[in-house]
Design a protein around this ligand. Structure first.
Ligand code: ADP
Length: 183
């Protein structure tokens, strides 16, 4: 099965939950830039201090902070057998950087999974979640940022191994479809 997976999808699509399940089932690391950043913010590291205000406002953190972080993370030994990227790439510049980085590492993404969920469902889901950046104005901004910056990434991968999955159904059904998509 495909072991180098890129997860795309709007905030609230369920990427994190599904990526975690796949990570455990296939014993490959789940690399979530959002999780890495939230840990950095909680620990008040230099990265966290620089990222915090952007995250609180629903803006993307500058690429300068994210690209190093990903390069670093993909050099860990646990990535030898594969990985799941969740929350990266989030704009076309990040996608182009990833292409080059993978070429240098002699790797290739096996599959790009795009979890699709309508905006009104996302707003409802995010409002019922209790993360610090899940208030109504930040949610609206994150969705705008998604449409402006991340939808073009779907187009970037369109010619390749992109698979769009309907994320607007129960968790088990989505897990099942994802399993079929990568097998
Ligand atoms: P969600 O998918 O619900 O927006 P994430 O955990 O993926 O949540 O991201 C939370 C926040 O972290 C984003 O709103 C953004 O500020 C920041 N972030 C995460 N990944 C990236 C990235 N690849 N580039 C820029 N900012 C990012």
């Amino acid at each position: 099965m495909a072991k180098r997976l890129i997860f795309l999808g709007p905030p609230g699509a369920g990427k994190g939950t599904q990526a975690q399940i796949l990570s455990e089932d296939h014993q490959i690391p789940h690399i979530s830039t959002g999780d890495i950043l939230r840990t950095a913010v909680a620990r008040e590291t230099p990265l966290g201090k620089q990222a915090k205000d952007y995250m609180d406002q629903g803006e993307l953190v500058p690429d300068a902070l994210i690209l190093n972080l990903i390069q670093d993370r993909l050099s860990y030994e646990d990535t030898a057998n594969g990985w799941i990227l969740d929350g990266f790439p989030r704009n076309v510049n990040q996608a182009a950087f990833l292409e080059e980085l993978l070429a240098k590492l002699g790797q290739n993404a096996d599959c790009v999974l795009n979890l699709s969920v309508p905006d009104d469902v996302l707003v409802e889901r995010l409002l019922s979640r209790k993360r610090k950046d899940d208030n109504e104005s930040t949610i609206r901004r994150r969705l705008e940022v998604y449409h402006q910056n991340t939808v073009p990434v779907i187009e970037f991968y369109q010619q390749r191994n992109l698979k769009t999955i309907d994320g607007n159904q129960n968790m088990e059904a989505v897990t099942e479809l994802l399993g079929q998509a990568i097998s």
